[in-house]
Design a protein around this ligand. Structure first.
Ligand code: ASN
Length: 292
């Protein structure tokens, strides 16, 4: 049995390795805002939260995707350990992989492709695994990766084209190595995933080995004002809600970027082999549960 103290010690080490890995590659660490006029609305079923702010409303960061996109446009290569709030439905409690508050290791690079990001993520996860193995006697952690296109997955597992891969299905798909699922169909993801002009997106998800669920998602971003507006309207979003973000795009300050986010508590759960995400943090916020 691993104690909570040991879990948090491993998590400290994960954060040390993460910071060292990205700093060695000339990334700048960015501090994410916790509140903003704009945050990611495309949360696969979860809702964003907001607070009263001097008589108006500000959103609580659900993902710093737009801020890291801008930070990478300014500085080239950035990363962040960023807190997120997502109001998941209470039924998500039983997946053992959802928290309403969690942290992401966020990475974003200007003028890069989703393939560059996948390569970097593999390098990072292999190095992390090796360092953890050297330091702690946990369990055998696989190093291998395999890629399937989203199209291959839906035809192999009978998922309806365009639908998300359900959480329990991710366990069935899982192998004794990491699995990339690439190129989701246009319309199935956020407006910010860049499309290749052929109905597919230049994006990916990454699943942990051995049934530990989703590790990451990411891809190339849309950054052109007209295109983003058009895709927002397609999704039925109100452009006015995204004014501050759209103003940056219109100014031409947003560069083409690509990146990904890796949930810190899910990574900790996977590395430590924990049954539930609840064990991967000292102060878990399970969907619907009020807690200290
Ligand atoms: N972090 C994810 C990404 O980089 C986005 C998200 O969390 N919604 O693509």
């Amino acid at each position: 049995m691993i104690t909570r103290r040991e879990v948090i010690t491993v998590q400290n080490y994960i954060l040390d390795i993460t910071r060292r890995f990205f700093r060695d590659k000339d990334f700048l660490e960015i501090q994410s805002p916790i509140i903003s006029t704009v945050t990611d609305p495309c949360l696969r079923g979860a809702e964003t939260a907001s607070i009263e702010y001097y008589g108006s409303k500000m959103k609580i960061t659900s993902s710093m995707i737009f801020h890291k996109q801008f930070a990478a446009s300014l500085f080239g290569k950035v990363f962040s350990i960023s807190p997120n709030i997502r109001l998941e439905s209470e039924t998500k409690k039983k997946t053992k992989e959802h928290l309403a508050e969690f942290r992401q290791i966020e990475i974003e690079i200007a003028f890069s492709t989703y393939r560059d990001i996948m390569k970097l993520a593999e390098e990072f996860l292999v190095e992390l695994t090796e360092e953890i193995d050297k330091k702690f006697q946990l369990r055998e952690l696989p190093r291998g990766f395999k890629e399937y296109s989203y199209k291959e997955i839906v035809s192999k597992y009978g998922i309806e084209y365009g639908e998300e891969i359900p959480c329990d299905m991710e366990k069935t798909i899982s192998e004794d190595r990491f699995i990339w699922v690439t190129e989701y169909p246009y319309g199935s993801r956020g407006f910010y995933d860049r499309d290749n002009g052929n109905g597919l997106l230049r994006d990916f998800d990454l699943l942990y080995p051995n049934g530990f669920g989703e590790a990451s998602s990411g891809g190339e971003r849309e950054y052109e004002y007209e295109k983003v507006k058009e895709k927002m309207l397609d999704l039925g979003l109100n452009l006015h809600d995204f004014k501050d973000y759209l103003d940056i795009l219109e100014s031409g300050k947003m560069k083409p970027t690509a990146g990904l986010g890796i949930g810190l508590e899910r990574l900790t759960r996977y590395i430590c082999g924990l049954e539930s995400i609840e064990e991967a943090t000292l102060f878990p916020r399970l969907p619907g549960v009020l807690s200290f």
